[in-house]
Design a protein around this ligand. Sequence first.
Ligand SMILES: *Cc1c(COP(=O)(O)O)cnc(C)c1O
Length: 420
Amino acid sequence: MRPTSSAPRSPSRRRFLEVAATAIGATTLLPSLAAAEPLRSPDRAFRLRPGGHLNGFDPWLEIIGDAFRQNVREVARLAGGRPILAVIKNNAYGLGDQLVGPLVASCPEVAGLACTRVAEALAMREAGVRKPILNMAEVCEEEMIELARRNVAASVWLDDAPGLVDRAAKHLKRPVPVHLYLDTGMGREGMPDHRARPWVEALCTRKSARVEGTYMMFTHDLDFDREQLARFVRFTDEAAQAGLRLGTRHAAPSFEVLYLPEAHLDMVRPGNLLFGNYARREELRETPDLRPVFRLCARIVRLERLREGDSASFNRRYIAKTPTWIGLLPIGHTDGYPAQAANTCQVLIRGRLYPIVSVVSSTHTIVEIGEEKTVEVGDVATLIGPDDAAITPNAVAEKTGLGFYAMITKMNALLPKRVV
Ligand SMILES: *Cc1c(COP(=O)(O)O)cnc(C)c1O
């Protein structure tokens, strides 16, 4: 989105709204401005918060469909073609489960989705996901009923699971779909394998339960991972030999997809890899071909020429040493852009990088443009994205010292989003 003229002029609010409205297709909200640009196709529409509206100034997130599809293909290749149970938890690691869920589920390599909250499973069904969904966290009776109604499998791993399943099935008048979650040494969730046999028997032999799968989670200590895997395989093999039907066996999240191929079993269960994140270790034989899956954008809302000695933002954290233009972006750390980006990161505007200066406050970020006014009000700034090596999610996570996972899971759930 570029202004038609680069001639210097005072940026008017009207002009800004025009630029913003046409760029984001907000034609229903600003009908008088719609004539200049054709409507965008509906699949490019923004997903707004319930009751929300797009005022043209909001920062936004773009979910990159091709990047997700590439990452899914790459994970399938790494997993020797096994099906993928794609983990889309924590609101799709911060990027929005109602957009990311259907997008990932549409990939042929993906057998189903997994999440950790009932609300996420229901939201993804609501958003049109038809493939199997597994909720990995514990649930109460009402939640198990609600999940079964939407054909979402619940994980069971507490001692009272047989009774819980009976009550839910009685209420529904049909069996409830479940995956058995075993604890082989993680010591977090799961039924400990050393005392799981009677419990598994009780579940596999009752009519109230439809056991679709059995799984475990690794500690990521590779030596102990092997021990955990041995326990899981021994337990499930013995149960199968005794005629118990355990369904699909799955264990490997991203780390073990990369570093423990023997753990791939019937199906792999990664999250991070799909979002372009992985742990780099010496053992890695080849660099996985993963792409950044999102773009965090905002528009310049104000340009101002500072005189020598003028300051910008709190505590005068930036003082112009020489006359310079600064640009204001209406995005801050409450939107999910890290506070630590000030004086460490850059943004991309019109193909050029500009440094973030002063402080990143709750809803504002300041960019140093320089002596020349090389940008315009309304220009799009990409703060995080695939378009330059300096602003990839991995680069920003590193420069801010946050780490990828901590950074992207902080994206504000209220950010307007669209798939591109
Ligand atoms: C989060 C999670 C995963 C996915 O982990 P990644 O490291 O993101 O691949 C898989 N299984 C369980 C049980 C999880 O909680």
